[in-house]
Design a protein around this ligand. Structure first.
Ligand code: ASP
Length: 474
């Protein structure tokens, strides 16, 4: 029988480890467990001969993640999952984050420096900011409308309320502390945050994405202002680096199925691992609240964005919805718009045909300031908590939610769990006890996954609109 090289390596690893386990015991068993996840994927890849596209592979991995997660809960493999599965998810997030800063810098410098005139840059900026603000206000208002129709907090039982407050008091306190740090900052701090005092420090910190954007824009503008011969060498360097970075992203995406599997399965195990019935109980108790958030998010995805695309561009909404699926899957599994950014940029250019100039300008800004899903979540959650506590919010307070949630969503970092910290600020602004976030903690992580999907989809929608207006003008 003729074996492929892959199969031979595989057999070698299996025989080696099995023999090792027999001869030397637990050390080899541990090694086997440690490589179980990539090994399984390797085996699957070697034996499944059907060629699948990356999107289908990621989708299947998510499914496998759910199946493995459920089995791990059933067979009490909580520790195994934490030790031997979860790290493979963290590796995926690290890889994406590692490439984000160079990607944003290089593609923005390349994009800006190829703009033929400066007025195009100011047109792009104005449109981008207006659209980002508008979609966020729409999302928040939509959330308010829904939560006022469904009223999920009014039927919430007193017993559950006490139970949740006691159970998540510590977490709520920690998040309130985090929010205090944000709230205590001087009013013009955001301006200072935008301007780096050290270029290299900014480049070394993923949370300083706005500073990277700032430096790249200045670099790009300087390049436009200089004569061609002075910048040619750097331009060629940037072009070539850009190609390399895009290839690196392709390579990282080859790992996506393993990363996504590990992220989904370990999350599931964390959610239900120690006491499944308890976790499900809480989930059901918060069912109508979670559903209100999820329905709102779905309406954004399948109604608001496609409608905006339909009105403002010639792109078919169906095509847009299909093209964003891979971006959404990565956002769902990582719960981080910042980590998803490389994938968002690549797919917006490749599948939606957005020009490099627009994609490299609009999307990194979006990943940092445009959080429609988070805004919607904050408005529904604030009113839900108010309802459970028996406050009757006035019109003025509801309008206040729109204002503060818009600002809070802009200030939310594109990382897991940032939205709930900013929710504390919204609650403060409308005078509701911030311990209230303890009520929604049980479903926070899951809602984070859904709202991140909307955050990145909203970025892509704005990029499509800005791009199509830009093409009309040039
Ligand atoms: N996880 C979200 C994001 O990265 C932010 C949030 O917590 O709402 O977009």
């Amino acid at each position: 029988m003729k074996l492929t090289l892959q199969t031979k390596i595989l057999i070698g690893i299996l025989i080696g480890n099995t023999l090792g386990a027999i001869l030397f015991g637990s050390f080899f068993l541990n090694t086997l467990m440690a490589i179980a996840v990539p090994l399984t994927f390797f085996i699957l890849k070697s034996f499944v001969r059907i060629k699948l596209n990356l999107q289908t592979e990621i989708l299947l991995s998510m499914l496998l993640g759910v199946i493995f997660g459920s089995l791990a809960i059933h067979y009490r493999l909580v520790e195994f999952t934490a030790m031997f599965v979860k790290p493979y998810g963290a590796i995926f997030i690290s890889l994406l984050k590692a490439i984000a800063v160079p990607l944003v810098f290089v593609s923005l410098v390349k994009g800006i420096s190829s703009l033929s005139d400066m007025s195009r840059l100011s047109r792009l900026s104005i449109r981008t900011i207006i659209l980002y603000m508008s979609t966020t206000v729409i999302a928040i208002s939509f959330g308010l409308l829904l939560v006022n129709i469904v009223n999920p907090g009014n039927s919430f039982s007193e017993v559950k309320k006490q139970e949740l407050r006691a159970k998540f008091a510590k977490e709520a306190e920690a998040k309130t502390e985090d929010a205090k740090k944000v709230n205590d900052r001087p009013p013009l701090q955001f301006l200072l945050d935008f301007i780096p005092d050290n270029m290299f420090k900014a480049a070394g910190d993923n949370s300083k994405m706005l500073q990277i954007i700032f430096i790249a824009i200045i670099f790009g503008i300087a390049m436009i202002m200089l004569p061609d011969k002075d910048v040619l060498a750097f331009k060629n360097f940037v072009d070539s680096l850009n190609e390399i970075i895009l290839k690196v992203i392709d390579i990282i995406m080859l790992y996506a199925p393993i990363g996504v599997f590990a992220l989904i399965s370990s999350l599931l195990v964390e959610f239900g691992g120690n006491n499944l019935s308890d976790a499900l109980d809480l989930f059901i108790a918060l069912g109508s609240y979670s559903l209100t958030v999820i329905v709102g998010l779905m309406l954004m995805l399948f109604f608001i964005y496609p409608t905006l695309i339909f009105i403002f561009t010639k792109v078919k909404p169906g095509h847009y919805l299909k093209a964003v699926i891979p971006i959404q899957m990565v956002a769902f599994s990582t719960s981080s718009s910042a980590a998803t950014l490389p994938v968002t940029m690549e797919h917006c250019e490749k599948s939606l045909g957005i020009s490099k100039e627009v994609a490299s300008f609009v999307l990194p800004i979006g990943a940092t300031i445009n959080m429609d899903g988070t805004g919607l979540y904050q408005s529904v959650s604030a009113v839900f908590i108010a309802q459970v506590f028996g406050y009757d919010l006035t019109m003025q307070q509801q309008l206040n939610i729109i204002l503060t949630a818009t600002l809070a969503s802009i200030g939310t970092a594109g990382v897991p769990g940032a939205g709930i910290v900013m929710l504390v600020i919204v609650l403060n602004a409308i005078g509701i006890a911030t311990e209230g976030i303890a009520l929604i903690f049980a479903v926070e992580r899951i809602l984070d996954m859904f709202r991140t999907v909307v955050n990145v989809t909203g970025d892509a929608a704005v990029a499509v609109i800005v791009d199509s207006k830009d093409k009309e003008n040039t």
